[in-house]
Design a protein around this ligand. Structure first.
Ligand code: NAP
Length: 233
């Protein structure tokens, strides 16, 4: 399968491209400048011990047009205009929106769009054209680059269409990433807001690239609240 990464020359996009190639798909790196994309597509295989034939390069529009699935990994400030640029080339496709609305000038602040979140903005722009799934909002590029190990972070995925979410969830599994479907566009603001929270934790506690992990209570706990203890139960 050919999978495009629009804005794929940044850290997050390159990390996504690495996991796509490691899963055996063609990672088509998109950029506004095809030479930047080519340079990265040439460097990544040797740097990460992956076959060169699994990387390719194109302009963002060309990448979107040639791909079966399109990831978008651009800063919030470029989000709407990038989606408008690829819109004619994603008809009937799944667009995976990775963009988090973090303010590039102050990463613990968010630049919320009027639609509510980045993924809701993508859904509005691509309405009737492509199905938008929000994913990979909280995982660090460093975790993505380390493709040889399954990540210890979970991926929260959002969107309206259950079939598209299943397709992306199984692609993420091929990329050694475990995901949870957490609902529709409505939940995106909550999930995207976690990215700036994680960046804050990174700075405040010197954590190494924190991510999201859905935890259950310890199965060894002795006391599990049951009916009959609280009044009226
Ligand atoms: N980095 C992380 O660890 C991480 C983690 C979670 C979520 N995210 C989210 O993932 C997205 C990408 O992150 P990143 O760190 O990879 O970002 P980035 O390096 O700032 O940007 C990614 C690419 O977007 C393109 N771009 C930049 N400014 C643009 C503009 N004004 N117009 C059009 N294209 C522009 C550039 O590609 P060309 O110049 O080649 O066109 C750039 O290489 C962001 O929304 C970020 O919040 C990042």
């Amino acid at each position: 399968m050919i999978i495009a990464v629009v804005g794929g020359t940044g850290w997050q996009g390159a990390g996504v491209a690495v996991r796509i190639a490691a899963a055996g798909h063609t990672a088509l790196i998109g950029s506004r400048d095809v030479e930047r994309a080519k340079s990265l597509a040439e460097k990544l295989p040797a740097a990460l011990d992956l076959p060169a034939g699994l990387f390719d390069a194109a302009t963002n529009e060309d990448a979107a047009s040639r791909a079966d699935i399109v990831f978008v990994t651009v800063p919030m400030t470029a989000h709407a205009m990038t989606l408008e640029a690829i819109k004619p080339f994603v008809i009937g496709k799944i667009v995976v929106d990775v963009t988090a609305p973090v303010n590039p000038k102050n990463q613990i602040e968010n630049l919320w769009p009027p639609e509510g979140s980045a993924t809701q903005q993508a859904q509005a722009i691509l309405k009737g054209v492509a199905d938008v799934v929000g994913a990979l909002k909280n995982i660090s590029a460093t975790a993505l680059f380390n493709y040889k190990k399954p990540s210890n972070c979970d991926i929260l995925i959002m969107g309206e269409d259950i079939t598209s979410k299943h397709r992306i969830s199984s692609l993420l599994r091929e990329m050694k990433l475990n995901s949870y479907d957490v609902g529709s566009g409505e939940i995106c603001r909550t999930v995207e807001g976690l990215t700036s929270l994680l960046i804050y934790l990174n700075y405040a506690y010197h954590l190494r690239q924190p991510g999201v992990k859905i935890a259950q209570i310890d199965p060894g706990l002795d006391f599990i609240p049951t009916d009959g203890i609280l009044p009226g139960t």
